[in-house]
Design a protein around this ligand. Structure first.
Ligand code: GUN
Ligand code: ZN
Length: 432
């Protein structure tokens, strides 16, 4: 057995601070220790309490002066959109036609997919993201490449090939049958291998025929630990389109629900132009929202109402939504989530912010029994934050007098430079 003892300041969350209160939900050890056994958390607490019980064989890793926290969990990101991030001028539907689909067509080439997959995962690690729910393209090769690269790194990644059999260019179109067969082949090959999981991934209702959505629902019902990952209610033109395509559906969510895609394993990105009773139904079914503020602002899609979703008890995680999102950094994503919440009438509490980026994301992806905090037995995915990453950050953090203030400043001023190390299952996979 390999034992490691990690020294440093430690912060993590045991629960949602808005549900049970910050005192119960948060743990902060200014002089802390995280003890790992074979890549799993065995203890987390004050160094003075844990150090005396350490055996002589433990490897000591000293991150004193830095802040250790669980790795970030990105609940919605597109790995094939790397090379068209920051594309100018369009809103969702034109952005898809003009930039996204031509870029995604390149992933029919496995060599291109493999090169992008490796870059993508390194970029996640560089930004402190240890788990993600990832879109591939329509090509099964894209997901083969991503899973192969994630498996090599031991990362907990959930992904799926996009299902899209109508209203998209031919180069990125499958058929209901081929999409189903390709998904099944990928599930057979990768689902449950190492730390990998599969998500049935209809691109969004306008790009999927009834036959395709029916098969997606059947597949989801057949295999009990698959996730379902899609987009919903992101853009007003998209909303109008869905209404035209499905005149009999009560609303956008109802389209997915009719095909068996509204479940406690379903993750819906965006959910901006909706609320009230739709959130109520999502909560009743245990479905999750991925809140993607940098993307929603970049594409001019709108402002997600986090407060409203929470009022109904919907699970919420944060997503970067690269390449509509403008940053891989969950710290930058928290920055914009704060501003969006402010515009919606409430200031997002820093404890809540870091909950969304860690344990909340894990809950949204149904993996909170494995990652998201430092409870005993969890997989030891964690990051080390450099409190002097930039001159301004160093200067501002010196004035902080509490951990919540420190966390808030990190979420406003932090980015990839703030991540000094990223550990996957107890192994350092990135250091600055
Ligand atoms: N809706 C359907 N496809 C996409 C996509 O690739 N990105 C975003 N942001 N929304 C979508
Ligand atoms: Zn997206």
């Amino acid at each position: 057995m390999t034992v490691k003892a990690i020294k440093g300041a430690i912060f993590h969350l045991l629960d949602d601070p808005e549900t049970i209160g910050a005192d119960q939900a948060t743990q902060y050890f200014a002089d802390g220790m995280l003890i790992l056994e074979d890549g799993f958390v065995r203890a987390c607490g004050k160094r003075a309490d844990l150090e005396p019980g350490l055996g002589t064989g433990a490897e000591i890793v000293d991150h004193s002066g830095s802040l250790i926290m669980p790795g970030f969990i990105d609940t919605h990101i597109h790995f094939p959109q790397l090379d068209m991030i920051a594309s100018f001028g369009e809103k969702l539907l034109d952005w898809l036609e003009r930039y996204t689909f031509p870029e995604e067509a390149k992933f029919a080439d496995p060599a291109h997919a493999e090169e992008c997959a490796n870059f993508f995962l390194e970029e996640l690690l560089r930004n402190g993201t240890t788990s993600a729910l990832v879109y591939g393209t329509v090509h099964k090769e894209s997901i083969d490449a991503l899973f192969g690269a994630a498996y090599k790194r031991g990362m907990r990644i959930v992904a799926g090939k996009a299902l899209m059999d109508r209203n998209v260019p031919e180069a990125v179109r499958d058929t209901a049958e081929s999409g189903d067969l390709d998904s099944r082949e990928l599930i057979e090959k990768w689902h449950g291998k190492g730390r990998l999981g599969y998500a049935v991934t209809p691109r969004f209702a306008p790009a999927c025929s009834d036959d395709q959505l029916t098969r997606a629902g059947k597949l989801l019902a057949e295999i009990p630990d698959l996730l379902m990952h899609t987009h919903m209610a992101e853009n007003t033109s998209e909303m109008d389109w869905v209404k035209t395509l499905y005149p009999d559906a009560k609303d956008y969510l109802d389209v997915y629900a009719k095909f068996g895609l509204l479940t406690d394993r379903s993750v819906f990105a965006h959910c901006i132009h909706t609320g009230g009773e739709v959130f109520q139904r999502m909560a009743e079914h245990g479905a999750a929202v991925s809140h993607c503020p940098t993307s929603n602002l970049f594409l001019g899609s709108g402002l997600f109402n986090l407060r409203e979703a929470e009022k109904y008890g919907v699970k919420v995680g944060l997503g970067t939504d690269v390449g509509a999102g403008t940053s891989f950094s969950m710290l930058q994503t928290l920055n914009e989530a704060y501003k969006v919440s402010h515009l919606k009438g409430h200031a997002l509490d820093p404890y809540k912010s870091f909950f969304l980026a860690t344990l909340g994301g894990a809950r949204a992806l149904n993996m909170a029994d494995k990652v998201g905090n430092f409870e005993d037995g969890k997989e030891a995915d964690f990051i080390v934050l450099d409190m002097a990453a930039t001159p301004l950050l160093k200067r501002r953090l010196k004035t902080c007098t509490s951990i919540d203030e420190t966390l808030f400043v990190l979420s406003m001023l932090g980015d990839d430079r703030t991540i000094s190390h990223t550990y996957i299952a107890g192994e350092c996979r990135y250091s600055k």
